[in-house]
Design a protein around this ligand. Sequence first.
Ligand SMILES: Nc1ncnc2c1ncn2[C@@H]1O[C@H](COP(=O)(O)OP(=O)(O)OP(=O)(O)O)[C@@H](O)[C@H]1O
Ligand SMILES: [Mg+2]
Length: 584
Amino acid sequence: MVSKLLSRVREYTKYAIATPLFMLLEVAMEMVIPLLMASIIDKGINAGDMNHILIVGAEMLVAAGIGLFAGIMGGKCGAYASAGLAKNLRQSMFERIQTYSFANIDKFSSNSLITRLTTDVTNVQNAFQMLLRMGTRAPASLIVAVIMTITISPKLSTIYLTAVAILTVILVIVMPMTHKRFKMLFERYDAMNERVQENVSAVRVVKAYVREDHEIDKFSEANQNIYRLSVRAERLIVIMMPTMMAAVYTCIMLLSWNGAKMIVDSTLTTGELTSLLSYCMNILMSLMMLSVVFVMIMMSTASAQRIVEVLDEEPSIANGEHPIMEVADGSIDFNHVNFKYNASSEDNVLSDIDLHIKSGETVGILGGTGSAKTSLVNLISRLYDVTDGNIEVGGVDVRNYDVETLRDQVSVVLQKNVLFSGTILENLRWGDPNATEEECKRACEMACADEFIDKMPDGYNTYIEQGGTNVSGGQRQRLCIARALLKKPKVLILDDSTSAVDTATDAKIRKAFREVIPGTTKLIIAQRVSSVQDADRIIVMDDGKINGIGTHEELLANNEIYRDVYESQTGAGTGDFDEKEVDA
Ligand SMILES: Nc1ncnc2c1ncn2[C@@H]1O[C@H](COP(=O)(O)OP(=O)(O)OP(=O)(O)O)[C@@H](O)[C@H]1O
Ligand SMILES: [Mg+2]
């Protein structure tokens, strides 16, 4: 895991190496200063040698200057390295997520991917910076200070080596406890983030159902939980501070007491005592820093794990060895296809679908909610892969195509479609980046989108807000159809794409399809019989199976479900799909 993350430091490696070096230089300067101090006191002040004081004083100034410079440079390089790591991690994760299939995304959920890409990366960034700076500084300073004190006075150094030992034991006991608490805290953060993201992205629904109070309650609960856990986690850390301080001052007292006696006995000089006191401070401070570094690392391991999971996820749909780059025609063959979303679930969503559609045919698909219409068409452009059997487009198994080629030729207007922030033209050019304005307009005419675009103040340059919130549902559907048409696909699939369009416009769109793109195979999923009744063939789906195939007249004569729905929609009957299911 660590090597996976570190490999992302890449072009910032020089900063990552420079940081600890600068930190070591800073430590070296910090360690020299107490020695110089001792020299000033012993050889300067006590001996009354003003010259010595001035020379060593100047040396101290230089050492302090170098230390300051090293500290600043270390901080700067550390920031470059850690921010660079975060940047690269986000980039790698984003690129990886782009290769995900629908199945991969189902596994993580979009909310969790967002948290991983933001909060988790920030946690790792902070920990990495801490590790580069404090992680080198603290142990180095600790080791050097211990060696220095032992050389100055082995006897006195035993005093605080005991203190150090005691503190280390406390650290070892407390740290795992804090780790546990912080881990719990971060899990709760996830829960809260999900609440916020879900609520904000669906704020219109929340308002429509007047669920604001309910949502606020749920949020307060998540928020309160975090409050309690943070206090519990921080409480442990807070205890550390006074404990350390108590240890520092006890040491200083013991040192002064014993040191004074040794000075009287002439086994220690005053200067040596002052430098011992400084080293004592250094050692305890280093311990404190080390404990903070530990906490940070502990906190970030959970985040690091979640990042690596995203990077390691194998896209479930990828190109084969020698992908085919050309789709011959728009014929579609389902050969005894079974499909389920989750390999471990028992029931098939689609079972034994055997269906053969000729190139250029128009096929309507009708069926109740949850009868697997969307699942059926999503298999054609390989948004999901079949579980058993196979699907051929243009006579070739879809898994043998280059995925991009296939999706260019099989254009799907998804049931849950979205527009992106940008102008109408920009959105249309998702279908074909090189489309001229003329071509875009023609596609919009076919999709009956030109009528409302012409009425907009900026026409084709009207800005669409994120998620397409400033156009109506029906307008959005028509734009999505136009966008799909611009791909000039061999197969065009409309998944309930005219549900929000009035019947007359719906008919106009279908007429345009017939006249302008007769060679394209058209699959039209609809709830209204009128949307499909003039199709060459109509498929009636029921509970993941094909219940009937035929023309409007044939189905009216032979298919009970179709007849029921037709009668209900033309006013002759009562049932619709769902009521039909209850009846059965
Ligand atoms: N991503 C998914 N993961 C797991 N199960 C799913 C997923 N999408 C759909 N299903 C399940 O598959 C079944 C068929 O769903 P599908 O979306 O294909 O129905 P549909 O006929 O398109 O319905 P509708 O008319 O409401 O659009 C449903 O029972 C649904 O719960
Ligand atoms: Mg559907």
